[in-house]
Design a protein around this ligand. Structure first.
Ligand code: HEM
Ligand code: HEM
Length: 221
């Protein structure tokens, strides 16, 4: 029998691994970017690129709670959610959180894309910088730094929101670790085996490695 306290699996293994590896990668990119450790910076960035591209594919073919179609709702639903937060009808991101997810993905993608055209004025440049003039590459580098500040702001708000939910006795953090949440009387979402996500990640990672990453990874050790 399903009671409101029965725990249901809501986040698959790929989403959970993706989330925490992404958080670690952003920390690593912050440190290596500001310290000028460019071989590490590029290598971590390519790793994150593979993670993010896999997440986008998972957003179409993955578990119910990962699919954009399932969790992105109209702005009207978001306003209704703010007025009556306890009327959620499905597990996964709430209507407001869904826009946070999209905003994060947009910020991370623009960080990655500007990085590909950036240069450090010394010897390192992104693998696509040769396609543009040095003035455009400098502008991309400035955008890269500016976009990162916005990303940091978004991360601050995200972590603050998660802790506000915690104070309101809605723990979102441990489900992102072990995957399970109390059912709260809501139907169980259909989850896909996260291993499929990791296989897609390996394929994308291999392509990125063959084209770009192998040139920098050899200098790491
Ligand atoms: C660099 C730092 C971080 C980034 C870029 C980030 C980004 C994201 C993204 C994109 C999602 C959506 C996951 C998906 O659907 O694929 C998410 C969800 C989540 N994040 Fe983070 N995150 C970061 C750090 C953290 C930290 C430090 C915590 C915990 C204190 C946290 C807790 C959560 C939780 C609980 C969810 C699920 C929210 C829900 O139930 O709807 N995140 N995060
Ligand atoms: C989400 C992924 C990324 C994050 C979070 C990130 C973050 C950063 C940060 C914080 C800096 C220091 C900016 C400053 O000096 O104020 C930086 C610099 C740099 N990044 Fe990234 N980066 C990412 C992806 C990339 C990618 C994909 C490339 C190229 C393959 C790249 C290439 C560079 C270069 C060349 C610099 C040096 C710019 C300079 O010296 O001012 N980054 N990055």
């Amino acid at each position: 029998m399903t009671t409101s306290t029965t725990k249901l699996p809501v986040w698959d293994g790929f989403i959970r691994g993706y989330h925490w590896l992404q958080a670690l990668s952003v920390l690593g990119l912050w440190y290596t970017g500001t310290e000028g450790l460019m071989d590490w910076h590029f290598s971590i960035a390519y790793f994150l690129m593979a993670l993010l591209l896999t997440r986008l594919i998972w957003g179409v073919f993955g578990s119910d709670t990962a699919q954009f179609e399932q969790f992105v709702r109209s702005p009207r639903t978001v306003f209704a959610y703010f007025r009556h937060p306890n009327t959620t009808t499905q597990h996964g991101h709430n209507p407001a959180g869904a826009y946070m997810v999209l905003f994060f993905m947009l910020l991370l993608l623009s960080q990655l894309v500007t990085g590909l055209f950036a240069n450090d004025d010394i010897i390192s440049e992104g693998p696509l910088a040769y396609l543009v003039s040095s003035a455009t590459s400098s502008e991309m580098t400035q955008l890269h730094a500016l976009n990162f500040d916005v990303l940091l702001g978004a991360i601050g708000l995200h972590v603050a929101a998660v802790f506000i939910y915690l104070l309101k006795k809605d723990n979102l953090i441990t489900p992102m670790i072990h995957g399970k949440k109390p059912s709260q009387g809501l139907p169980a979402p259909q989850l896909r085996n996260g291993i499929i996500g990791w296989v897609i990640f390996l394929v994308i990672g291999f392509v990125i490695y063959s084209y770009w990453a192998k040139d920098v990874v050899v200098y790491l050790f």
